[in-house]
Design a protein around this ligand. Structure first.
Ligand SMILES: Cc1cc2nc3c(=O)[nH]c(=O)nc-3n(C[C@H](O)[C@H](O)[C@H](O)COP(=O)(O)OP(=O)(O)OC[C@H]3O[C@@H](n4cnc5c(N)ncnc54)[C@H](O)[C@@H]3O)c2cc1C
Length: 433
């Protein structure tokens, strides 16, 4: 078995280019992107997207036949760590959520016609998409309880239900909707996915839900989370994505790599917060010394460095398992990093904010925005508790109750067995006394 933590030099050069490009071209845009609005942001992004395409780094999550690089998850992970430093960097690289995950499902399960109609324009940046699964009235953490129904009516499917938190739903051209098609099937086979154009009669985008991230009412902004009513929304049979009853299967495929990319992007955010924390410690003087000289601050810096390193290695390891052994072998590793990575992000941002005092709490620094972003990471793509439960269940499968009800490590029992086994030796020692 070999352990090699190096990145091949050719790809390291690409990573260096990305680091420089994101810092020089994209970080400056962050300060005005809300003012630019959607159209202005698209115009600002267009020349940057061209440079990324020329460099061959556009939509790298997809296989080569679809214009991607077929990079594998380890390289994608390293790339996302850089893109994660800015909320808008993934836009410049054609791999912003939810379009990236949706393009993966379309590439995996779409028919040739669906790819022509939806995938290629999505990849070209000519269309926007949303993933519409979570419902306000059923637990998103247990999607077997979904209530939105799609019922076959002649050559069509008719969709009825209510969704919310469909990210980018209010600016999407089409929605990938998860709906129950066979309520009597096994729970994992009840739902299917449909491609639903946003202008389908019966689809009503009700609002962008105001959240911690966007506490003010808004509509039609990039990154909004839409509440959507589907009332008799009729789509043709050709709108079914994948097979009937394959909704959960496709969702699992979509979520595995997506979680690795999330975790690496979070590390990009955490690193930026960490840099701010360290910088602040070097010049803020209080109670007779710099913050850098206070043991509590030193502990925060050291703990943050250790936790980020641990999360990074765990995430790259999960990516490596996925690349070398496939998605199902990586399931537990991915569940592990999803909740651990979210906590590391939260804790590092929290400490950085604390070290800055009121400045950290203010909107003069991006820390308060990072903090709100970090809070959501513990919920989307599965709340922490669900991932912990799945890790624990998997690990517990490797254990069984002791046959006689005595703990395996029970010392009096082990001592009695050892005395029996080593009786001659013990007798010899006693005889020598
Ligand atoms: C920023 C953001 C973006 C999102 N984007 C999308 C999107 O694009 N498309 C989409 O369809 N959805 C999206 N979601 C929704 C997200 O996937 C759901 O919020 C998530 O799956 C949890 O579902 P829920 O909100 O219904 O919470 P519930 O399922 O009601 O869970 C609430 C809480 O119950 C507890 N809980 C649940 N199960 C267990 C358990 N087994 N053990 C212990 N405790 C448990 C947890 O503490 C959990 O947080 C987004 C959410 C956020 C916050």
């Amino acid at each position: 078995m070999s352990w090699d933590f190096s990145t091949d030099p050719d790809f390291e050069r690409e990573l260096d280019w990305m680091r420089e490009f994101v810092r020089a071209e994209i970080w400056p845009l962050e300060a005005v992107w809300h003012e630019l609005g959607l159209d202005g942001l698209s115009r600002a992004m267009a020349p940057l997207q061209e440079q990324v395409k020329e460099r061959g780094l556009w939509a790298t999550h997809l296989p080569p036949e679809l214009g991607g690089q077929g990079m594998g998850q380890v390289r994608l992970g390293l790339m996302h760590e850089i893109l994660g430093t800015s909320p808008i960097a993934p836009l410049a690289f054609g791999n912003a959520a939810p379009d990236s995950g949706n393009s993966e499902i379309l590439a995996m399960a779409g028919t040739a016609e669906q790819k022509d109609h939806w995938l290629y324009p999505l990849l070209a940046g000519d269309l926007r998409s949303a993933f519409s699964m979570t419902e306000p009235d059923t637990p998103g953490s247990d999607p077997t309880q979904l209530r939105t129904r799609a019922v076959r009516d002649g050559e069509d499917w008719v969709i009825d239900g209510r969704k919310w938190f469909s990210s980018n739903g209010s600016i999407a051209d089409f929605l990938i909707v998860m709906a129950v098609t066979n309520p009597d099937a096994r729970p994992s086979q009840r739902a299917s996915m449909f491609i639903v154009p946003a202008d389908t009669p019966g689809v009503e985008i009700l609002r962008d839900v105001a959240t911690m991230e966007h506490p003010w009412e808004q509509f039609g902004a990039y990154g909004g989370h839409a509440e959507i009513a589907y009332e008799g929304a009729r789509v043709p049979a050709s709108a079914l994505l994948g097979g009937e009853g394959e909704g959960f299967l496709l969702a699992q495929h979509r979520l595995g790599p997506g979680r690795i990319h999330h975790c690496m992007r979070w590390l990009g955010v955490a690193r930026r917060a960490f840099d701010m924390m360290c910088e602040r410690a070097t010049y803020r003087h209080a109670h007779g010394s710099l913050l850098a000289d206070k043991q509590t601050v030193q502990n925060w810096i050291a703990d943050s460095a250790a936790e980020m390193q641990a999360a990074r290695l765990m995430t790259l390891h999960a990516a490596w398992v996925m690349d070398t052994q496939g998605a199902s072998a990586a399931r537990t590793d991915i569940a592990l990093i999803k909740f651990y990575g979210a906590k590391v992000l939260h804790d590092v941002v929290d400490r950085a904010l604390q070290v800055h005092g009121s400045l950290g709490y203010s909107t003069d620094l991006p820390l308060e925005q990072m903090y709100r972003f970090a809070r959501a990471a513990r919920i989307y793509d599965g709340p922490d508790e669900v991932h912990r439960q799945s890790v624990a269940r998997h690990l517990l499968r490797g254990y069984a109750p002791p046959a006689d009800g005595v703990p395996s490590e029970h010392l009096p029992t082990r001592r009695a067995l050892a005395r029996e086994r080593f009786r001659e030796l013990l007798e010899a020692v006693t005889a020598n006394d």
